[in-house]
Ligand binder design. Structure first.
Ligand SMILES: [Zn+2]
Length: 433
């Protein structure tokens, strides 16, 4: 019987530090300093763009501005909740306006009123209270799922450079990542909804982008407008505009103009849904290969979460806004918790290990921060633009010889195991484990 009170004490301590935050200025100062250094700062240069002190959190446009104590945007400790609500309730354009205009001024009384308690997470929605009566484990929780890439057919998979095509002992093995991620996302959605969760998918049909239509449709509908804007800003010549609209290959348009905008669209759809958790589904492949279509012997899982800014990652106001938003929203401990659960579930359900802490992969060692085995902070576009706790699952090496054959022979069987891993990790996370 002694276990029960201790459990509640631990639960209270956990919630006090993750949800409501400790209340004194000294505690806030310590808490934000800890998370900034644990998750955000990959290289020392980053520290010349922000400070956390007894007054609050300040962002600086340059190291010189920091030396002269001239913040670009200062958030005082008693403004943290107001700023959080600003991020959660305004779109990026408005956030950037606030950011650029703030300097050392305080939010005005009317701004404070307008932004007060808009997304107060202490409030328990009726669905959550209902959970006690219907026994569903995820009742009332909102979960966003982003199935990585878009391809539902090989031609689009080739445009986005995400496909496997290899010869394994005389068998021509072929599949593509955009199909695998959507298969898992659909299976996972069904499982989560059965437990009462409300689930949002950034894309729900093969070949349909986050814009709600095909890439070809996007090219026809949006590209001319983008070209005109670039022309007006003198970032493009008239000749180049005509070439890109009429003659450029899909691959060029996809990688140079579509991809970043599609990710921004995914992020804004997720933020509008305002989920409790965001899951980004991808599959991995062996790094640094000379020939992409050669099978490999190794097979590992890894997960990414937000953080890990380095030297030139804070050179524009937009990037500094991302940094400040991530820091103030402070979802890092939650993302780390879920990512840790997920890597364990990947290992268990798929019988594939986490990437060993000692490895020679450049993107893990040079640009990421190790949080725990298989869990890394990495400053990917979706990681820095989504407001909720987030994990980017990179399970399996698709080009592992056994794995490729396994997926090719019975895709649904393997994807079901992947979906099971995600599902178990979500349930554990919301049970506070
Ligand atoms: Zn991917």
């Amino acid at each position: 019987m002694k276990i029960i009170p201790l459990f509640f004490v631990l639960l209270f301590v956990f919630q006090a530090h993750t949800d409501c935050f400790a209340q004194t200025v000294d505690d806030l100062h310590k808490y934000y300093t800890r998370i900034a250094h644990k998750y955000l700062v990959k290289s020392k240069q980053i520290e010349s763009h922000f400070s956390i002190d007894a007054k609050g959190i300040a962002m600086y446009a340059s190291p010189a501005d920091k030396k002269q104590n001239k913040p670009e945007c200062m958030i005082y400790w008693d403004e943290i909740e107001t700023y959080k609500n600003l991020v959660l309730s305004k779109d990026r354009r408005e956030q950037l306006e606030y950011y650029k205009g703030k300097k050392t001024a305080r939010f005005s009384k009317s701004e404070r009123r307008r932004l007060a308690n808009r997304f107060n997470d202490v409030y328990t929605p009726p669905q959550l209270r209902l959970a006690k009566t219907n026994g569903k484990k995820l009742q009332g929780y909102k979960i966003a799922i982003d199935p990585g890439h878009i391809a539902g057919t090989l031609d689009i998979a080739k445009v986005e450079h995400r496909f496997i095509e290899m010869n394994l002992n005389g068998t021509k093995v072929s599949f593509f990542e955009g199909d695998l991620t959507l298969t898992v996302a659909t299976m996972l959605k069904e499982k989560l909804e059965k437990e009462g969760a409300t689930v949002f998918l950034t894309r729900s049909k093969p070949n349909v982008t986050a814009y709600g239509n095909s890439f070809k449709h996007w090219r026809k509908t949006y590209l001319p407008e983008i070209m005109n804007e670039l022309l007006a800003k003198k970032k493009l010549s008239k000749w180049e505009r005509t070439r890109l609209i009429a003659r450029a290959r899909d691959t060029e348009i996809f990688h140079d103009y579509f991809l970043a905008r599609d990710l921004e669209m995914r992020a804004s759809l997720i933020n509008a849904f305002n989920p409790n958790l965001t899951i980004v589904i991808h599959f991995n492949a062996a790094p640094q290969k000379k020939k992409w279509n050669l099978p490999v012997k190794e097979n590992y899982n890894m997960t990414f979460m937000p953080g890990s800014f380095q030297s030139d990652d804070l050179s524009s106001p937009n990037e500094r806004l991302d940094f400040l938003n991530l820091l103030v929203l402070a979802n890092f401990d939650k993302s780390a918790k879920f990512s840790g659960n997920l890597i364990k579930e990947f290992t268990k359900q798929l019988n594939v290990p986490a990437i060993p802490t000692k490895n020679s992969i450049a993107y893990l060692n040079k640009v990421s921060i190790l949080v725990s085995e298989g869990v890394y902070c990495r400053n990917l576009k979706l990681c820095r633009m989504v407001n909720s706790p987030l994990c980017y699952g990179e399970s399996l090496y698709q080009d592992n010889e056994k794995e490729a054959m396994r997926i090719f022979e019975d895709k649904n069987k393997r994807m079901k195991q992947v979906a099971e891993a995600y599902f178990n990790a979500v349930v554990k996370y919301f049970q506070g484990k």
